[in-house]
Ligand binder design. Structure first.
Ligand code: ATP
Length: 132
């Protein structure tokens, strides 16, 4: 197989991993729905470009960590099967903790980006709020 074909194939594997995560993980479905809602709100409120980039950064960070969390869960399941083990619990809980940290960051960024434009829209009825 040629180098470029291997490269394209590796993209296919990566997409399959993402599809698996979205299909099987309820939290991932919630993250995706929240991300779409936030992007629509950002477009509707015409938030500045640098804030859009910040929002995109947080969205991709959370989705990436959730995907990695799924990988950890599956590795643990593969290793211990149906057995309960304190290390399995720690591995899953710490991976979930990492996702939680990124979600907290996303909420902080979301609040700092959206509070003023939303308040402006609620108090003036106009959506063209733009920070310097
Ligand atoms: N093999 C295990 N040994 C000990 N504790 C476990 C084990 N598997 C899971 N746990 C504990 O139960 C929690 C929930 O795990 P569970 O397997 O139900 O769901 P999950 O792995 O988070 O996700 P999924 O439902 O996608 O498999 C984990 O965060 C961990 O605290």
């Amino acid at each position: 197989m040629r180098e470029w074909q291997r490269f394209v194939q590796s993209f296919g594997y990566a997409i399959a991993g993402l599809v698996y995560t979205v299909k099987t993980q309820r939290n991932m479905q919630i993250h995706v729905a929240a991300a779409l809602a936030v992007l629509v709100l950002g477009w509707w409120l015409a938030i500045p470009k640098r804030d859009v980039l910040l929002v995109f950064f947080c969205i991709f960070l959370v989705l990436a960590f959730e995907t990695m969390n799924t990988a950890v869960e599956r590795c643990v399941d593969l290793t211990v099967g149906d057995r309960r083990h304190p290390l399995a619990r720690i591995a899953k809980d710490t991976a979930a903790g990492a996702v939680l940290l990124t979600a907290i960051l996303a909420v902080i960024v979301g609040l700092s980006v959206f509070t003023e434009p939303l308040w402006y829209w609620l108090t003036t009825g106009q959506r063209t709020y733009n920070m310097k």
